[in-house]
Design a protein around this ligand. Structure first.
Ligand code: LLP
Length: 417
């Protein structure tokens, strides 16, 4: 591994969401700590809204990105609906005040008992396999309107693991099996009220969305009761300076153009749905962590921090880049560091990262940690999951307590041996 030795000066950064002093927040709530800026969430939602002019556009926030109930409540208050992928997320959504009609339930190969439960809740069903469609037909006849999740057979997305719309991916029903879908639908009289795709995450090229849309439009001719087309999500955010994010206004424009044309051919104005997760919450979140040890090995400086892949899996799982700011010392010459977590595995958060001098006790802010940060966190190494705070109207509110050892032990049973 080669390390850069050039030393340029850091551009001083005053990272203070809504004017909040992050070091002080860490003193108050401890580290590691997830902090979310409500203003950023609201800003992102407004950006989405203002980009689209089609009156029947709906956004269903993908709850899996960040599921804290206070964040969900904030998002609901902004008039956004919900996309859930598990019965647990559906229950959480209802608890937070989303109506069943606002909730799109998109399971992936779940037990049919969970399907029964979701149907009893009254959420919108998104069917991702032929066996599930047959099950619903047999059990419920024409009484449960369904959306069909199709696999557009498009390989796109930031990382292979988050590219889920191609034919080797487990998701959705292949377009080549559309005739089988139609057979089942006719056999049971199932009302198909929507069609859905989700090609992947971190898709910056608008053409990918347009191509997916075309494939859905072609499929739509087989279903006469459609009320909406759900284009899923995949809007990319900028994880570092110079990163190209999905440019939403031009995307909105070309999608709307093609959608209006489609609706004309279809004969009715349908609703146009999207399910953004990352776009709404990624940028709002910081994982705040304290430097425990700076270890100067020959040729490589390790910065150990009091968090790791148990709290932020993205770097190890997707080779994801997360910008890091040294809150305690944001000035001075830049030096290369290997920022590593405390998990007893290779646990690299940032490789060869140029930072102003890092000392033990410094607080680092890992940026873009709002989406798929806490929601993918675990107790690996029997570590406690962090607290979460929301900066709302200039005030820092605790929205999840830090776990305790009792939380880890409470469901375990010590048998007599
Ligand atoms: N709709 C469906 C059906 C999905 O499966 C997903 C994400 C979304 C919407 C939201 O996509 P987004 O807007 O967040 O790109 N853990 C990975 C991302 C996995 C996304 C899984 N599905 C990451 O951290 O990059």
């Amino acid at each position: 591994m080669s390390f850069s030795t050039s030393t340029t000066e850091a551009v001083p950064t005053n990272l203070a969401p809504q004017g909040v002093d992050l070091e002080q927040v860490c003193q108050q709530f401890g580290t590691p700590l997830y902090l979310y800026d409500a203003d950023v969430i609201i800003r992102q939602i407004e950006q989405l809204r203002s980009a689209f002019t089609y009156p029947k556009v709906k956004f269903k926030y993908a709850a899996k990105a960040l599921t804290n109930i206070s964040v969900l409540k904030l998002i609901r208050q902004q008039g956004i609906d919900l996309d859930v992928v598990s019965i647990e997320e559906a229950h959480i959504g209802l608890k937070v005040g989303f109506s069943a009609q606002q909730i799109m339930y998109t399971p992936s190969g779940v037990p049919f008992t969970e399907i029964d439960e979701a149907i009893a809740l009254g959420v919108q069903m998104n069917v991702d396999s032929l066996p599930l469609l047959r099950y619903i037909g047999k059990q419920y006849g024409n009484s449960v309107p369904c959306c069909i999740r199709l696999n557009p057979d498009i390989r796109a997305g930031g990382h292979d693991k988050i590219s889920v719309g191609h034919n080797e991916s487990k998701f959705g029903i292949a377009l080549s099996q559309l005739d089988l879908v139609v057979d089942v639908v006719e056999q049971y009289g199932i009302v198909i009220n929507g069609l859905h795709i989700h090609t992947g995450s971190d898709i910056k090229d608008p053409e990918v969305f347009v191509e997916g849309a075309k494939r859905l439009y072609a499929a739509a001719q087989y279903f006469s009761n459609l009320q909406y087309i759900d284009f899923g999500s995949g809007f990319k955010v900028a994880y570092k300076e110079g990163d190209i994010a999905t440019d939403i206004p031009p995307l909105a424009q070309i999608m709307e153009e093609s959608f209006r044309e489609f609706c004309q051919e279809y004969g009715r104005e349908l609703e146009m749905w999207f399910e953004p997760g990352k776009y709404i919450v990624s940028d709002s979140g910081y994982l705040l962590t304290k430097v425990t040890v700076v270890k100067e090995n020959p040729g490589i400086n390790f910065v150990h921090v009091d968090t790791g892949l148990n709290h932020l899996l993205r770097p190890m799982m997707y080779d994801a880049y997360h910008e890091i700011v040294n809150i305690t010392n944001s000035v001075g010459p830049l030096q290369p560091y290997q920022v590593v977590g405390y998990i007893c595995e290779t646990d690299t958060i940032a490789e060869n990262r140029m930072l102003p001098q890092v000392r033990s006790g410094d607080v680092l802010a890992i940026k873009n940690a709002g989406a798929y940060g806490f929601s993918m966190a675990s107790n690996y190494n029997s570590r406690l999951r962090p607290a979460e705070v929301l900066v709302y109207q200039g005030e820092v509110k605790l929205i999840r307590q830090r776990e305790t050892l009792d939380d880890i032990l409470q469901n375990q049973i010590e048998i007599s041996l």
